[in-house]
Design a protein around this ligand. Sequence first.
Ligand code: CTP
Ligand code: MG
Length: 227
Amino acid sequence: MRSALVVPAAGRGDRLGADRPKALVPLAGVPLLVHALRRATASGVVDVVVVVAPAGACDEVRELLAPVVADAVVVPGGAERQDSVRAGLAALPEDVDVVLVHDAARCLTPAPVFAAVVAAVRAGAPGVVPVVPVSDTVKRVAGERVVETVDRSELAAVQTPQGFSAPVLRAVHAAAPPGASVTDDAGMLEALGHPVVTVPGDERAFKVTRPLDLLLAEALLDREVAP
Ligand code: CTP
Ligand code: MG
């Protein structure tokens, strides 16, 4: 059986405000998407790659990826992230038993995180998420009024790659009502009662969302010893 990687890369990147879709924004001269795929494939646990590209940029993405993952399948994305994930799932071969879903925007996620997530799925978890501790104090608020302080020891910030048993992920996507608003794939499993477990994430797996994140990513790349 084989492990597949689905990379949602079809977002506009409104909060980054660049002159092109976020996944194609260069970081040290190389698009975020290419950084993400280099690290994912270096893990050695990915057999099949499906990239969900901005509609209209599929050919450009195929050209970019040719030297990185020669046999990547590139499909156009949809309006919301979950539409893009669904388009990626639909392009997967039948013989895939583990699926990783990884945001192109988490472009510096180190390779060992991918291996840890796949290992946890193969050990029997239907869903796996990498997590890091929440460092800020978090409060529940109503307008400008603080309602309460949330116990931070119960909180975790969730990253990608998220890993899934392929049949379970296919089933929860098929069961989701069209237009349902969900922020991550693991949440869809949780909603249907499927167990989701955590593995340690990595600070470097932060999501490039705003211009400041791009500066941080550039600084990290500058200091990286390995290519
Ligand atoms: N994504 C996608 N299809 C969409 C929306 C998002 O494939 N319709 C992808 C993005 O390309 C990104 C990941 O989902 O790799 C996480 O989304 P986010 O960080 O929100 O990226 P964008 O939607 O591009 O950014 P913004 O919300 O600022 O527009
Ligand atoms: Mg978005």
